[in-house]
Structure formats: C-alpha cells, structure tokens
Write a protein that binds this ligand. Structure first.
Ligand code: NDP
Length: 335
C-alpha cells in the first residue's frame, strides 16, 4: 500500500511544492493539515492531484485545541494503519510588526504556530509513527536559527533564547519573546526556528533508540518567492529573489525546495536520525565553517547534493535544549 504522510502548510510555498513532489511519486498518501480548507481545495485542483493521493483536514496551528482535533482526525483517516511520516512545515514570519500579535491561546503567533503547536503535534502522533516500517519525522529548520552560519550569525537580529525567561513565565500575553525581552518580529521567527532544530535534536536523543523513528531537520535553501515574505515591502519582494539568485547564489525554486523536503521522507540515504540536511549549492554565505577542513561549506542555492549540515552554538546547547523541551511540554500539555 501507499505510505501515509502528514504534512502541515500544504496550501502555499514549500509545503505546496512538497505535496506535489510526494504525490508525483505515486506511492504516497498525504494528509494535508491546513487552516484554510477552501484555499487548499483550489490548490489541489490547480496542481491536478490524483484524489487517491491526498486528503485535506483542518489544522489551525494557532490553537492547541485545533492541533488535538487534527491529531484525532489523522488517526481516524489512517484507521489503525501506522503513520509513515510527519512533516512539520507550516510557519509564519512577521518582521514588519512593531507590536506582538497573540493567538487565541494567548501566545505570540510565531512561537505557537512555528514551534509549540508542532511540538504538541509530534507528541500526539509519536505512537502512530512508531509502528511504521521506516518512520520519518521532519521539522523544517532554517539557517536563520543556526547561529554558526554567516547569515544566521551576522544578519541582525540574531536568534537567541537567552535564559528562556519568557517561556519560564508561561509565554502568555503580555510576554512575547522566549527570552522575555521586548518584541521583535524577525527575531521571534528566528527563535522559533532555533526551537524547531533543538526539538529535532531532543527527539532524536530521547526517542530514536526506543522507537526507530528517523528524526531530522533540514534547510531547503532560500525560496525567495514564497508567501513567507508577504509582510515585506514590495520593493523587497521584487529585489530579494534577484539578489539571492545573482548575488549570494542562495536562491532555490519552490519546486526544487519541494523535491528536497520530499526527499527527507523517502530517500534511504537520508535515514540517519538526528541530522540537519542541507544541499550543497553555491551559496557560501549560507554555509557553515567547518573547523576540521578550515573551509566554508555552501548550503542553499540550486543544484548540488544533500549532506549533513553542522549545527553549532546555542542550537547545540544541551542544557538550554532540555530546558526548552521541559517548558514547551508544560505550556502545550504534551506528554
Ligand atoms: P509560506 O508562507 O509560503 O507557507 C507557509 C504555510 O504555513 C502556508 O501554507 C500557511 O497557510 C501555513 N500556515 C501559516 N499559519 C498557519 C496556521 N496558523 N495554521 C496552519 N497553517 C498555517 O512560507 P514557506 O513555504 O516559505 O515556508 C515553509 C517553511 O519553510 C517554514 O517552516 C519556513 O520557516 C521554512 N523556510 C523557508 C525559507 C524561505 O526562503 N522561504 C527558508 C528557510 C526555511 P496559508 O496558505 O493559509 O497562508
């Protein structure tokens, strides 16, 4: 039979391209978790998807209740069959706001949508994954949350969880940042991506040996044309893809990025758990410095082959990751 795959945020950008790539392989059945069912129906029609290769279920990541309902629906759709893969892709990026916006649960939007709700979703579906033959659990990361890359470290503001004071206080309005400091939308996004990558490392550490699940994160490259940048000014949205393509070399098309994320689910070569996958394009700026070879390894950009990227700095801080894990469990009620 087909492999059953849960994918969040399939109505746009990377998620949409990944859905297309997975369905084109013919051996996958994708459960699409989206906040806007009608939009998704139109997208599925536009892509001309085979109705036997997907189904759509409502998932609003700004509500823990919705995440719990979605997990139940996933179990119902599978009807006792194992879940082969869970791919956490959806995210918001809110750099233009000078004040925080809060979800119905009273949590800053990027923190809940990008990190906390996916954290909860993974915990709710872990048992179903465990039963599959080659289970994969992928959370999309980003260089912007990896503070050893040139782009991650030198493009202000930097991701930093500080001492997690904001989370310690419960991460509820008026608290908006994980470090408890004043709101900064671009930083809130980077912090949430940092949590995504730390979560994968912790999942690997805590559950890989016992469950056989392959946990991984990945950096798709700079997909400069997705709606992620919807809040940026028009001049930025016009020039950014060109800059990425011709100046930094970090640009990757939605289709190619979608093939990459899909690859983390099916490729036997990507079965090693606990990895942060990158593709060896030409974008030196988005690479990382490898002290062993004293070279910067390019990551992002079009073309090239997949390789295990190196995470360093705060993302690899064990004490911080454990604290982040404990606090995320408390806030979401994940067990
Ligand atoms: P898009 O904005 O195009 O897609 C984001 C998706 O998330 C959309 O489908 C959106 O739904 C969905 N979403 C947003 N909020 C919610 C919510 N509350 N509940 C459910 N779904 C929601 O961005 P990208 O495709 O670029 O981003 C996808 C992933 O790739 C993210 O994890 C991002 O961090 C990562 N990434 C992107 C890079 C890039 O250069 N673009 C680089 C590195 C990483 P809707 O269609 O309804 O808006």
């Amino acid at each position: 039979g087909k492999r059953t795959i849960v994918l969040t945020g399939t109505s746009s950008g990377l998620g949409k391209a990944t859905l297309k790539a997975l369905c084109a392989r013919g051996d996958n059945f994708v459960i699409c978790g989206v906040r806007d069912m009608e939009k998704m129906q139109a997208v599925a029609e536009e892509l001309g998807l085979d109705p036997s290769s997907y189904t759509i279920r409502p998932l609003d990541l700004s509500s823990f209740a919705s995440v719990r309902r979605f997990a139940k629906e996933v179990k119902a759709v599978k009807g006792g069959k194992p879940l082969d893969a869970l791919v956490c892709n959806a995210a918001v990026y809110l750099p233009a706001r000078d004040y925080p916006t809060f979800t119905p649960d009273g949590i800053e939007e990027s923190l809940q949508i990008n990190h906390l709700s996916h954290f909860l979703l993974v915990s709710l579906l872990l048992d179903d994954l465990k039963k599959a033959k080659d289970p994969r659990c992928v959370i999309v990361g980003s260089i912007t949350g990896n503070d050893n890359t040139i782009a991650g470290a030198f493009v202000w503001p930097r991701a930093s969880l500080g001492d997690l004071k904001g989370m310690q206080e419960g991460a509820k309005e008026p608290v908006s940042m994980i470090d408890g400091k004043d709101f900064n939308g671009a930083k809130a996004y980077k912090d949430s991506k940092m949590c995504n990558m730390m979560t994968v490392n912790e999942l690997h550490k805590r559950y890989h040996d016992a469950t056989g699940i392959t946990f991984s994160s990945m950096y798709p490259g700079c997909i400069a044309e997705t709606a992620l940048f919807r809040e940026k000014r028009q001049w930025f949205r016009t020039l950014f893809p060109l800059f990425m393509k011709y100046v930094t070399g970090g640009y990757v098309s939605e289709n190619e990025a979608g093939e990459r994320l899909a690859q983390t689910v099916w490729d036997p070569a990507l079965k090693t758990s606990g990895q942060y996958w990158c593709w060896n394009g030409q974008a030196q700026q988005f690479g990382y410095y490898d002290p062993a070879t004293k070279q910067v390894r390019g990551a992002g950009g079009s073309g090239g082959t997949v390789f295990p990227g190196k995470l360093a700095g705060q993302v690899m801080d064990q004490t911080k990751a454990e604290k982040m894990w404990e606090l995320s469990s408390e806030i979401t009620g994940a067990t």
